[in-house]
Design a protein around this ligand. Structure first.
Ligand code: SAM
Length: 334
């Protein structure tokens, strides 16, 4: 088709090898920094890729485009009925991609063993607090116990190292960051704090309200000694620190105040089959339409490569000209 076969390279020389696949835009929590309490329209069912369509696009990414890591996300990937089968078919691809899940862990207690058996390597669980009232305030659902049970089941099933992702909100859970870290260390989970990004459906993000990485360090250093971890960071978004001399670590993902776009190796596929070359992209490339119109694997791979050429050098959140993407995180896949 005129284009060189090969990897997903952009105009700035970055190569995407890490594919984030959103399996649904639906979720059973309503985290205030992500979704409104009610009134968000779901994607029409017919627009969402079928299991076979998802697996086909993942196969093309792995076999033809050099993708080595596949992470399923959403929305909440555990609410997708075909998840275990999709994972099984993904880990059967060659070269076998490292396969993981980003999840709120609701229901993971029931599915962790089946997911591990299907070949899932790891889970990242989102948990912002271990206080029941704060959990209810943030997620608008009283489900903390289910998350804690899901985390334990993931560890038990060997889906480790289990990572926990937390977003801090001013006046709600920010002061309790050390408590969450202590609990994660006790349980053997690797905690990473993520700066809040402008991705919520209600456009409620504010640069002055968000808790910055510097504030996170200041809060943690009241109770712990943090030293930069030895291992090189590479394209990993988290800056890692040893806690009290190690071996426990804590990560900080400073997407806003210390962006790492220059090392980005990610590309996203939305639940409705659109390639997004950046979480903050303002354009998407439609693979679903081409796929359903009968495109060959090679044609789909070419479209995907072309989609990478529009990837911008940085997300520009801190620029005055920044515009929030029109689709919220739950639709894009976090
Ligand atoms: N439902 C799954 C979960 O809870 O992990 C997967 C999707 S969720 C959108 C993925 C991650 O994005 C979660 O860790 C969540 O906390 C994070 N997230 C959502 N909105 C965010 C925002 N505005 N800023 C930073 N992180 C956000």
């Amino acid at each position: 088709m005129g284009m060189d076969t090969g990897a997903l390279v952009d105009r700035f020389g970055r190569t995407a090898t890490d594919l984030r696949v959103s399996l649904t835009d639906r979720c059973n929590l309503r985290c205030s920094y992500c979704m409104p309490a009610e009134g968000l329209d779901w994607l029409p069912t017919d627009d969402v890729l079928t299991d076979d369509e998802v697996v086909r696009l993942v196969r093309i990414a792995v076999e033809q485009l050099g993708v080595r890591e596949v992470r399923f996300t959403g929305g909440e990937p555990l609410v997708r009925r075909g998840l275990v089968d999709i994972v099984r078919r993904t880990t059967a691809l060659r070269p076998r991609p490292e396969t993981s899940l980003t999840t709120n862990a609701l229901g993971l207690q029931r599915t962790a063993a089946a997911l591990a058996e299907a070949g899932l390597d790891r889970v990242n669980v989102s948990l912002d607090t271990i206080r029941r009232d704060d959990f209810l305030t943030i997620t608008r659902r009283d489900r903390l116990d289910d998350v804690i049970a899901g985390l334990a089941a993931a560890k038990e099933a060997g889906l480790g190292p289990v990572k926990v992702n937390a977003v801090l909100l001013r006046g709600i859970n920010d002061a309790h960051a050390p408590e969450l870290l202590r609990w994660c260390i006790e349980q053997g989970y690797e905690l990473r704090f993520i700066e809040q990004m402008p991705l919520d459906a209600q456009h409620g993000w504010s640069r002055t309200e968000m808790i910055t990485a510097d504030e996170i360090f200041a809060t943690l250093e009241r109770e712990f000694v943090l030293t930069p971890a030895e291992e090189p960071r590479g394209s990993a978004p988290a800056e890692l620190f040893a806690v009290d001399g190690g071996p426990a670590t804590v990560g900080v993902i400073a997407s806003v105040t210390r962006p790492f776009c220059g090392d980005c190796d990610r590309v996203r596929l939305t639940a409705d089959g659109q390639v997004r070359n950046c979480l903050f992209a303002r354009e998407e490339s439609d693979l679903r339409g081409a796929l359903r119109a009968g495109a060959s694997d090679e044609e789909l791979a070419d479209r995907w490569r072309v989609a990478m050429l529009g990837k911008r050098p940085g997300h520009g959140i801190d620029d005055v000209s920044f515009l929030q993407p029109s689709r919220p995180m739950s639709a894009i896949g976090g």
